[in-house]
Design a protein around this ligand. Structure first.
Ligand code: APR
Length: 308
């Protein structure tokens, strides 16, 4: 019987709301945008899809935060997307102001929601949201790992000519070029992927995954939305159903992996309380070095935010 608010009715936010409605697992979705009619229009369109695709989740659009009152989960996608030639970090000042003001408006009407951040640069926007909210760290986290892992799994499925359903993988680190793919923890229906693909091809896929978002920006002139939207909706589902699914999620680390006060992607259990626990996977020296490098890259952007 949950209520979910999605902030930002652009490409990603509207997709989150639409995928969520199709899952038919929450009572109500409220789509919010500063452009109120955009949110109203996209939610009316999604509601008119309900008789065709059979769901009951009600969906409304607004620019008035009063209508978000008593939300259980809030997904933040508000902000500007990347254009060709931009890195995610180029978005920092605009999106940090937007995320901070959105969090404050949300908390006026919902006391203790779970907040899932999607706006980029993801790791630092998650930091900004946690800072602005004052909520417990298990309730404010970011969506990136599911998307990065999905890109990696999709590339592998194409290369191996197998169903993407059968590829399981883990990716850690920041949402950017320093993400840490872990081929050692990648399997095809339980078979280590290294038994099915040459090292050279696997490395090429890993490299393509690292710039997977940029590939789409180049193709479309703006950043992606179908897979990002579906990934955020999958996180909502695990929380609403209290599934304890294990996903890579951008979380605040306090000692895990030997890292402190930094926001990076790590595997977690997602349930009714948000992050139920962070899973500490055994990493070898090389993998740990990559994670440290990724964490340092995130930390330097966090410093930029702190000094703004
Ligand atoms: N409150 C509510 N909505 C806002 C605000 C605000 N303060 N500021 C901007 N928006 C809305 C815009 O009006 C727009 O409709 O956020 C929406 C963003 O939509 P798009 O421009 O289509 O961007 P999108 O592709 O959805 O990406 C949004 O998600 O993946 C990330 O990098 C991406 O940071 C970007 C975010």
């Amino acid at each position: 019987m949950s209520k979910v608010t999605v902030i930002g009715a652009g490409n990603v936010g509207a997709t989150v709301a639409n995928v969520l409605a199709h899952k038919d697992i929450v009572k109500e979705v409220v789509l919010v945008d500063i452009v109120g009619d955009l949110a109203k229009g996209k939610s009316l369109d999604t509601w008119q899809q309900a008789p065709i695709d059979y769901y009951s989740t009600s969906i409304t659009g607004t620019s008035d935060y009063k209508e978000t009152a008593n939300s259980d989960i809030v997904v933040i996608t508000a902000g500007i997307p990347r254009k060709p030639g931009m890195s995610r970090d180029d978005l920092i000042s605009t999106n940090a102001n937007i995320v901070t003001s959105v969090v404050k408006s949300i908390l006026e009407y919902s006391k203790d929601p779970i907040i899932i951040v999607v706006s980029n640069p993801l790791d630092v926007m998650t930091y900004a949201a946690l800072k602005a909210s004052g909520l417990n760290k298990n309730k404010v986290f970011g969506m990136a790992g599911i998307l990065d892992t999905a890109r990696y799994r999709a590339f592998l499925a194409t290369e191996l000519n197998v169903s993407p359903k059968d590829i399981q993988a883990l990716l850690m680190g920041g949402h950017g070029d320093t993400m840490v793919p872990l081929p050692r923890y990648t399997t095809v229906a339980g078979i280590p992927v290294t038994e099915m693909i040459s090292e050279e091809k696997l490395n090429a896929i890993v490299e393509r995954t690292k710039v997977g978002g940029g590939e789409l920006v180049k193709l479309m002139g703006t950043s992606a939305w179908y897979a990002p939207g579906a990934a955020a909706a999958q996180m909502v589902e695990s929380i609403v159903k209290d599934e304890n699914r294990v996903f890579p999620v951008c979380a605040k680390l306090e000692g895990e992996y030997g890292l402190n006060d930094v926001f990076v992607g790590v595997p977690v259990k997602l349930g009714k309380n948000g992050i139920e626990s962070i899973i500490e996977v055994k990493l070898n020296k090389e993998e740990m070095a990559l994670l440290n490098e990724s964490a340092s890259a995130v930390k330097s952007v966090m410093d930029v935010f702190d000094n703004m």
